[in-house]
Design a protein around this ligand. Structure first.
Ligand code: F6R
Length: 606
């Protein structure tokens, strides 16, 4: 979370910094700031809210300086106001920071005892004063080395100095950071995406490293301050265009793009002419893997849960699913014959990345399913399966979710076939269904009118529940997550069979409950559970698939029927109305759909 940009150039940098900050807003949008160095003094401007607010500030519009740093913030320590916004500066030093300094309270005590005065409530300000303190006795490189060693926690830093007209320092531990190379200027950015409009030549810092960025060259150092060499990577120079087209919001556009997401994924992996799946360069033989552990956060975790059902259905592998923030601190039993799969849209989620690093340190087999292929998780995994859904701008994940579950389904199918857990005829049938899926999703997308009316009831309610069994249970969780993050309505996803073990007590007259009951093996059981909530006054929205058989229940408030396909592919179709329900609820409430409150697109703090 939070975004960093730094530019050291021959020309004025403030406009380019503001432009890059706009691109970085997906990382945090509660405040923003910029500092430039001009004529031996650091000028700093900060504002609450979006980068637009910062840009409108007349001081920023007239800001001079050929070297500068900027930041968009997602608050961790201290309120999201202009005082706590970054950069934080002393007389000599200005710092932007992503991450969390865990020993900031202790360090602050020490620094206050040395006479340093603090202005903000942030953990970042200790870094400013610590460097300032160390500069009293050390040169720049030694003061940075010493400061970084004193910090506990995670950070990506951009630092400028009052008396250094040609120098930006970047440092990384835990939070990603990249250096970019331009003509007569060089850059620092919290990811290559921020730098892409300026350069496609990038070096990624590894944990513990820092760099000195001058206008005409960049030097890299390890944690002991010893110079090291790093590779310059050349990324694709194509810049994706991001506009909403005729849509009101990126989320609406991204929901509609899902058939294309699926087509792209199928094109990448399915060999239509040979009725096969190609996963080129998969580094392991099937007999080397007897279990699979899937790890992610939020929506990506729901993708992992979805995949558990498929791996159990299509293979005889043992399957575990874990939330990354739990996995990384548990006493896991690491096993050589386990494939660890990390699922992430951004590829930068701190907890997922830490879980990957942990598995790597134990020399486990690591595979990632990611959207951003230049990301830290993609770079550090042994094997990567890209989602290919294009940039997802809306903070709430939609097309990336369908992209993730598609890739995981394809992996399960292929491993099932290779391990001979899945018969060829059945494999062929499933492949045929898969090829038809994008069109079915396309047809399911045209349910807007009905959903718009339904969403009003959800908006008027105190809370809601999303129920499902089997393949539909992870989708119920995802539907509830979408509704809460966009409409700020309390929503709980639950296995339908669990209601009577407690949550049934929540049901009261008029409470909206979404029941996912496609015509699969769980249908009758789920319908019985649905009756139990209807009997207690719930207003049930039943989501099922089209069928010649009548629905075997009465007193259902509303029904939505999605298209029909094989039971294991129905989750793709069931997801669409839930995404739209969340979208229209938030739209009716007038909320900021692409940037819900308190959230950020890339969660780079733990
Ligand atoms: C919810 C959402 C989040 C992310 C989670 C993981 O709509 O988008 O729950 O899924 O923060 O992010 P990635 O996939 O980037 O690791």
């Amino acid at each position: 979370m939070c975004g960093i940009i730094g530019i050291n150039s021959n020309k004025s940098v403030s406009a380019s910094i503001i432009n890059s900050l706009k691109k970085l807003e997906y990382r945090g949008y509660d405040s923003a700031g910029i500092a430039t160095l001009h004529a031996g003094s650091i000028n700093e401007v900060k504002s609450e809210g979006r980068v637009d607010n910062l840009e409108k500030n007349s001081v920023v519009q007239n800001m001079v300086g050929t070297i500068g740093i900027g930041h968009v913030r997602w608050a961790t320590h201290g309120l999201p106001n202009s005082i706590n916004a970054h950069p934080h500066s002393s007389q000599n030093v200005s710092v932007v920071h992503n991450g969390i300094i865990e020993n900031s309270t202790l360090l602050k005590k020490f620094l206050v005892s040395k006479g340093h005065k603090f202005k903000s409530q942030t953990d970042t300000e200790v870094i400013v004063h610590l460097i300032t303190e160390n500069l009293k006795t050390e040169n720049i490189i030694n003061s940075i080395t010493k400061t970084l060693k004193s910090l506990h926690g995670s950070f990506a830093l951009g630092i400028i100095f009052k008396d250094q007209p040609d120098l930006i320092i970047g440092a990384r531990r835990g939070s990603p950071l990249a250096v970019g190379y331009g003509p007569n200027e060089n850059y620092l950015g919290s990811d290559s995406y921020a730098l892409k409009s300026m350069t496609n030549k990038i070096t990624y810092l590894s944990d513990g490293e820092f760099c000195v960025i001058k206008k005409d060259h960049v030097e890299f150092f390890n944690e002991d301050g010893i110079k090291i060499n790093k590779k310059v990577l050349e990324l694709s120079s194509e810049e994706e265009k991001h506009d909403k087209g005729d849509y009101k919001h990126f989320m609406a556009k991204e929901i509609e793009e899902q058939p294309t997401t699926l087509k792209n994924g199928i094109k990448e992996y399915v060999d239509a002419s040979n009725n096969d799946i190609n996963i080129f360069n998969f580094p392991w033989k099937t007999n080397e893997i007897s279990s699979i552990t899937l790890i992610g956060c939020g929506t990506a975790y729901h993708s992992c849960m979805m995949a558990k059902y498929w791996f159990e259905e299509l293979t005889t592998l043992n399957v575990n699913v874990d939330i990354a923030s739990e996995f990384r601190y548990r006493k896991n039993r690491f096993k050589k014959d386990t494939l660890y799969v990390f699922v992430s849209q951004s590829g930068e989620t701190a907890d997922t990345y830490a879980a990957l690093s942990l598995c790597k340190s134990k020399e486990m087999k690591t595979c990632s399913v990611v959207n951003v292929i230049e990301s830290s998780i993609a770079r550090d995994s042994e094997f990567v399966m890209p989602i290919h859904c294009g940039t997802e701008i809306g903070v709430a994940s939609t097309k990336a979710f369908l992209g993730q579950i598609l890739i995981l389904y394809i992996l399960a199918l292929k491993l099932g076939l290779l391990r001979k857990d899945l018969k060829r005829e059945l494999f062929n049938k499933k492949l045929k269904d898969l090829k038809e899926l994008p069109d079915l999703v396309q047809q399911t997308l045209s349910i807007d009118n009905k959903i718009q009316t339904i969403s009003k009831t959800f908006n008027d309610a105190k809370g809601s529940m999303f129920l499902g069994r089997g393949f539909s249970y992870p989708i119920a969780l995802e539907g509830a997550l979408k509704l809460k993050e966009l409409s700020y309505i309390h929503a709980e996803g639950y296995p339908a069979g669990e209601m009577k073990h407690g949550p049934l007590a929540l049901i009261e007259e008029g409470m909206p409950v979404v029941v996912l009951a496609p015509r699969d093996d769980y249908y009758k059981k789920t319908i019985s559970n649905m009756q139990e909530v209807i009997a207690r006054g719930a207003k049930v929205l039943l989501i099922t698939n089209k069928s010649k058989d009548e629905i075997i229940s009465e007193n259902i408030w509303e029904t939505i029927e999605v298209e029909t396909t094989g039971a294991d592919l129905l989750p793709f179709l069931l997801t669409v109305p839930l995404q739209k329900l969340a979208y229209y609820s938030a739209l009716k409430k007038g909320y900021d759909i692409d940037k819900p409150r308190n959230l950020a697109k890339s969660v780079t703090v733990e």
